[in-house]
Design a protein around this ligand. Sequence first.
Ligand code: ZN
Length: 443
Amino acid sequence: MKIIGHGNIITCGEDNHFMSDGAILIKGNKIIEVGDTSSIQSRYPEAEFFNANGKLVLPGFINAHMHLYSTFSRGMALSGEPARNFKEILEKLWWKLDKELKSEDEIYYSAMVSMLEGIKCGTTSIIDHHASFGLINGSLDIIERAAKDCGVRSVLCFETSDRWGKNLCSESIEENVRFIKKTRSDRDSLISSTFGLHASLTLSDDTLRRCLEEASILNSGFHVHVAEGIEDVEDSLSKSGKRVVERLYDAGILSEKTLAVHCVHINEREIALLSTTKTNVVHNPESNMNNAVGVPPIIEMDKAGVRMALGTDGYTPSMLESLKVAYILPKLKYEDPRAGNDVVERMLFRNNAHILGLYFNNPAGIIKEGALADIVVLDYSPPTPLNSINYFYHMIFGIRDSDVDSVLINGEFVFKNREFTKVDYEEVMAKSREVAKRFWEKM
Ligand SMILES: [Zn+2]
């Protein structure tokens, strides 16, 4: 057993509350009790004691949409004219990169680097969307190995797409099916899975039908990009006469188990479809800004009762960074300083937790008895009073990634007093540079 004691705890969840000099008792991978430090310590004197020493203790952050494979794009030179639009960004960068990811080392180190950087930013769970069309079969096992090596909770899938032809499409469907079957039997494990789809614009009706058939047998939802760029809408209209959400709805892809990522270019009817099917939408503000695709109708979706979560789309490993941008973006879009405050708070602290709960037996993203022991300790000394009502504004205006002091995942310290406990960070980065240099030569 372990005790995280003398912490200032923000529990999050529906009845969020603040506890000064609080303690969390952990047994195995779960939280057993939350209460007063002296009471818990005196009843469990044999437990390993971690002194949080007045630091802030929160549930670890959950990244609801990530591309771990994007690591080697960092600083990479691209030949030719710069991409002029979203479709060209896909063609000139991402599709070239995912076709060249061919070796175990390339996939492993891309994932490992992003995971370690996530942990340093307080991320304890990553819902990833993977593409490596140079090595499909077994690619999710390689990411699973990286996740277990550094100890980060992960939900994995492979992005099914027709863009590289029938054979590679079939192989990507098989990779999803194989990995879902493999992880399904152990919902207590650190690793879970869902069914990955790229986006309407690279999926034929026939492929959607095959994916639905397979996912239905496995009782799985989907993780799919939806109406990210206007190109996706144009393609869907020309293919089917339907807008993207309508096409996916008719194909049976939307449900309460599905993550519809982005939803930038959607109309009122599509918002209603997302709401009635209880489909989860994942917002990635920095990525949308960087790709110049637009801003999703956050307020309209919220009013219609759509559950919206927060991710990073590979733009950054940091959920705090994504949160801060998500907080200011609606103000600019709606030209209203009130816009989005409560919506964005719900994204990271309620809805991401809800989504993660789809994949594991116990709740995460909350500090309470029975929840998964995924916890971040932040070395933040508030210059003004901090409580369960205003903690969110301390996160927006005060707390930074550099405050992350320690991280526990599944009851285990993976980062303690600013040191990784399971891997040598510098060794991983050095090896990654070596692998990336060889990878760049292929690009
Ligand atoms: Zn994405």
